[in-house]
Write a protein that binds this ligand. Sequence first.
Ligand SMILES: [Zn+2]
Length: 299
Amino acid sequence: MSEQRKLVLATYDLCGVCAMPFRDELRWQVTFDDQLQHMGETPTFNEAPVHEVCALYAAQVCPFVSSPHARLGDAQRKGQRRAETLVLAGFDSTAAVYGHDSELQVGKSILMFDMAGLRRTHRLTGADDARQVYEAALRDEVPIQLDDAERRIVDLLCAPTPEEGEDSGAVMAGATWFIGAAFCPQICQVQAMKKFAEAKDDLYLQLAANFLFEPDMMAKWEDASDASTAAAVSWFRTRESLPGVLQQWRVAGARRVRDSRGRRPRISDAAIVPQRDEAAIRRRQEAESALRKGRRKKR
Ligand SMILES: [Zn+2]
């Protein structure tokens, strides 16, 4: 999967297989054997998470996962032992998404996904296993309802590649920069993002910064001729709350940018930016003023 498509999935918080939102479902990643036990509290993956049914579906049809002998995973490539068990891991949330040096290609950064809150696993040793668990999951599946703005994003992302044969993720990535992906940590080091990172007059970063200061400015872009941009700002403006990863990027962006008077944008998000503890601020001010008084007396 292209890095640009991964960025789009991360921004809108969509499944890497079906491109639909997660809602409150677990987010699944693919591991092998006992790999998971050595990955720590928030394991890092180089692929976007997927729904449970989507992971199980992929496990049956994709030779990469359904047959450990067909092709060894990147993580296994260096190992001597072939993977025998496919372990699908379901997490509560995507904790962070950022650019990071690729272990396979020196000097190339790729997007990484940190996952948090491991809830369940499926240990699969063959295609039959996968089929049975898949059929059970399919019976429990709740259809995902999309609002209009989400539908536009998903339709664009699933649209057959245009005449140029370009990945729809590549077409949509630019618009994700505008609404906050420009502030994804180390995004400029990801090679596929060069076009946006090195654009004339820092167009993508500038617009992202302007939208941080004045999100209402996005309204003007809802009729943009570029379908991805129009869909992105319409989606942004109709969210009650933003996906955690996108909000983290915007909070990081707010720490970086200043306007001409040196002010930082105000990002309102109680869930991520801790509430000001007024009592603690008062205590600190009192302690500081006592310290100043003490100094004055000494003189
Ligand atoms: Zn899915």
